[in-house]
Ligand binder design. Sequence first.
Ligand SMILES: Nc1ncnc2c1ncn2[C@@H]1O[C@H](COP(=O)(O)OP(=O)(O)OP(=O)(O)O)[C@@H](O)[C@H]1O
Length: 265
Amino acid sequence: MDTTLLALHNLKKTYGNKTAVNVDSLAIQPHSFTCIVGKSGCGKTTLLRLLSGLETPDTVTNVKDQTAASYSTTGQHINVTSCITGLPAKTAPVFQEPRLMPWLTVKENIMFSLKGQDGNATNSDVSLPSPEERCRQLLQELELTEAANLYPAQLSGGMAQRVSLGRTLFYDPELILMDEPFSALDYFTRRNLQDMVLRLFQHQKKTILFVTHDVEEALLLGDRILVMENGNIKADMPVNLPPPRKAADPPLQEMRQQILDLLAE
Ligand SMILES: Nc1ncnc2c1ncn2[C@@H]1O[C@H](COP(=O)(O)OP(=O)(O)OP(=O)(O)O)[C@@H](O)[C@H]1O
């Protein structure tokens, strides 16, 4: 049985003579939590941007169009599906900064994906609870019930990032791409949000790709850690320890040192 959700083959992105991403082969399993660590500039964000369609792989002009068999630029043919296969139609990013709509309340921000441009509901999946009920559940899970009618300017950084997470989860994506979502937050807020993401991950069975500078964060959250260097996957390490984990757990300490040694090479 094929348990791969998403596969990358020869995925490359260069800017001028700088190779930002150069991944030979990578498979991501469904319902997995993969953390990507690496030094600044190693290509973590570019990799997520390629997957979210914000960047196109080299010589490919339209990665979103999965139906196209091939592209021809400068005489070269590249099959898009040979670079990225299985990318779920419902893939959503969570950025470092919350990017909320300042004129909408917390609740309206969370339910933002419900509205088409004409203001009509676009999510007609009858197997899901009503949109109001889903929003109510998310507000509760993210400890935002009391803040439902506040505007972004009235929120702390941690609250705003929880709203951003709620907006993504409300959209109900299969794959979530998180780019250092907690790095701007203080230690305690970050720990609180890490616990929340783990609970939501276990409960909602999403597939998560999570970029972080913080090796400890990767060890606390991920069931797999990819170490990137110069655009490549330098190491691919499973974390065989069920959550909740503690940074002081000896196996985590050992992995932490291994990763730091790899990064220092
Ligand atoms: N739009 C761009 N134009 C030119 N070079 C770029 C562009 N985006 C990224 N790069 C370069 O590609 C390389 C990888 O950048 P990327 O942002 O993916 O690294 P990163 O690992 O996410 O870094 P950080 O941890 O500092 O965010 C860097 O050398 C960067 O300067």
